[in-house]
Design a protein around this ligand. Sequence first.
Ligand code: PEP
Ligand code: MN
Length: 337
Amino acid sequence: MRAHATEQEIAGVCERIQGLGFRAHVMPGAERAAIGITGNHGPVPRSEFEDLPGVAEAIPVSKPYKLVSREVKPDNTVVNVAGVLVGGDELALCAGPCSVESREQILASARAVKSAGAQLLRGGAYKPRTSPYAFQGLGEEGLRYLVEAREETGLGIVTEAIDVEVFDLVEEHADCIQIGARNMQNFSLLRRAGRARKPILLKRGMSNTLEEFLMAAEYILSEGNYQVIMCERGVRTFADHTRNTLDLSVVPAVQRLSHLPIIVDPSHGTGKRDKVHPMALAAVAAGASGLIVEVHPNPDKALSDGFQSLYPHQFRELADECRAISELLKSRRLAAV
Ligand code: PEP
Ligand code: MN
């Protein structure tokens, strides 16, 4: 649509789309709204729309993913997670333990990451574990502790929904719902996420291509939820000095093809505490919109992912340096315009 197209003009285009038997997806932007069309099997004549009031242009999308593509929406999407703008000018920092283990543990984590400057708190109440005998998370009790941590610190909560069964409960408590790497192609879960009224953090599967990653996001947008944050968390390679190989080149690759913001998880992306800080710096330098980092008040006693969890003081240093890089890049961009 043209910049400042009216509500009425947008509604007029949606009516035309629905009249043809298709679904209209209105995606507001900073300047211009974009309206995507799905449900068509084959090309739709541009002439159907080009003369409608408020329309700037009608663009046939050449990619297999439609709604996530920059062809449909050239402006960056900014996702609002409890007032924190992911994909905006500020670097978004989300931190906290892998799992919520107790009330005291999540409150201590929340206080520590808040004082280091994180705006969002992470912590799984439902954990996808390789072993059925490993700690599976506190479930609903964990969600309640997260809410308590939010009430005390004001941090927005990011927590995972591991399946459709727990989705409603997670949606009720979380500010942003994580879809984990193992579920990136769980299509029924993605569709459910697409019907959620909360933003989604979509983690890249550990052996998925860029196109598969974007198609997973497309599932969510196709159901009407346009608030999706992409997250690189490392992929499987032959390398064995790390748990996963952090594929930072996917950051500019996603940004080129999609309007959705992308953040980086250097914790799962390396699996080793001493590699988290350098890779976090690299992620920010590569242009990531934010970081999600595992931090634990006592990593040696953690019930999951302790070896990749930072001590609170390490997270403080990481946050300070990452913000410095982000600010430097921002000031240079401003000076260039
Ligand atoms: C996590 O965030 O703790 C997690 C399980 O992440 P991933 O799905 O990327 O492995
Ligand atoms: Mn973890």
